[in-house]
Ligand binder design. Structure first.
Ligand SMILES: NC(=O)c1ccc[n+]([C@@H]2O[C@H](COP(=O)([O-])OP(=O)(O)OC[C@H]3O[C@@H](n4cnc5c(N)ncnc54)[C@H](OP(=O)(O)O)[C@@H]3O)[C@@H](O)[C@H]2O)c1
Length: 236
């Protein structure tokens, strides 16, 4: 399965960058999308893409197809948070988070799917969150979007099973990236104390699960939700 074309959204930093590096190490030709800065590595094709725009997703995937060939591995990783208690959350913050995290992933899947169907092979991995399953105060928008990814993935897994296309979800817990860097020290310590393993995870630890699900050995796994959360969800 080496030599495939893999596309990772938001692969310029954080979890997406770790995933891109892991897939590259497995021999895949890797493209990453970025809105802002390109990735620090020269090993990937970097394409500009805003996942909230269908036209931007279309242009980005077209560029990847032209330069690397049809996408066989898609990792929908781009995501944002706009945390606030629901009583104080503006509708725009609710909708923006859904549009980026959930509909952004759907746009990428829809654009890459036809090529996978034609080749009767594909691997789709969606990066959700442990808060999709456990809930998280201040994150009604984010948890709704991330839970939506689970229902989307499981329905799609049933649609695509006969074509040898697997669709799985990874639910990270607290991971050390820019997304969690804004947490003040005390809040960070409190968060780590709720994790059975007692610490934040690393992007590489999430990437290891994605790499497995994208690989040959996961060929009989689809519709799964795989936690990488230090035990917060106890397997859920
Ligand atoms: N860190 C955690 O604790 C944690 C836990 C659970 C789940 N996750 C999920 O894991 C994924 C990666 O998170 P991270 O921690 O690595 O976050 P991060 O460091 O903040 O990176 C977010 C990535 O998403 C991209 N992105 C955001 N909005 C986008 C848009 N509209 N179009 C295209 N790209 C966009 C960013 O691109 P730019 O650089 O261009 O802004 C960046 O590459 C997210 O889906 C997040 O929800 C993270």
């Amino acid at each position: 399965m080496s030599g495939r074309t893999a596309l990772v959204s938001g692969g310029n930093r954080g979890i997406g960058l770790a995933v891109a590096r892991a897939l590259h190490a497995d021999g895949d030709s890797v493209a990453v999308t970025c809105r802002s800065a390109p990735p620090p590595d020269d090993d990937f094709l970097a394409v500009k893409c805003d996942v909230t725009s269908t036209g931007s997703v279309d242009d980005a995937v077209t560029e990847v197809e032209e330069r690397l060939g049809p996408v066989q591995v898609l990792v929908a990783n781009a995501g944002i948070t706009r945390d606030a208690l629901l009583v104080r959350m503006g509708e725009e913050d609710f909708l923006d988070v859904l549009d980026t995290n959930l509909t952004g992933a759907v746009r990428l899947v829809r654009r890459t799917l036809r090529g996978m169907i034609r080749r009767r092979h594909g691997r789709i991995v969606l990066i959700s969150s442990s808060s999709a399953l456990s809930g998280s105060p201040g994150q009604t928008n984010y948890a709704a979007a991330k839970a939506g990814m689970v229902g989307f993935a499981r329905s799609l897994a049933r649609e695509l099973g006969p074509r040898d296309i697997t669709v799985n979800v990874v639910t990270p817990g607290w991971i050390d990236t820019d997304m969690t860097a804004a947490l003040p020290g005390e809040a960070r310590d409190q968060a780590a104390a709720t994790v059975p393993l007692g610490r934040f995870g690393s992007p590489d630890e999430v990437a290891a699960a994605v790499r497995f699900l994208a690989g040959r050995q996961a060929g009989y796994i689809t519709g799964a939700v795989v936690p990488v959360d230090g035990g917060i969800g106890m397997g859920h």
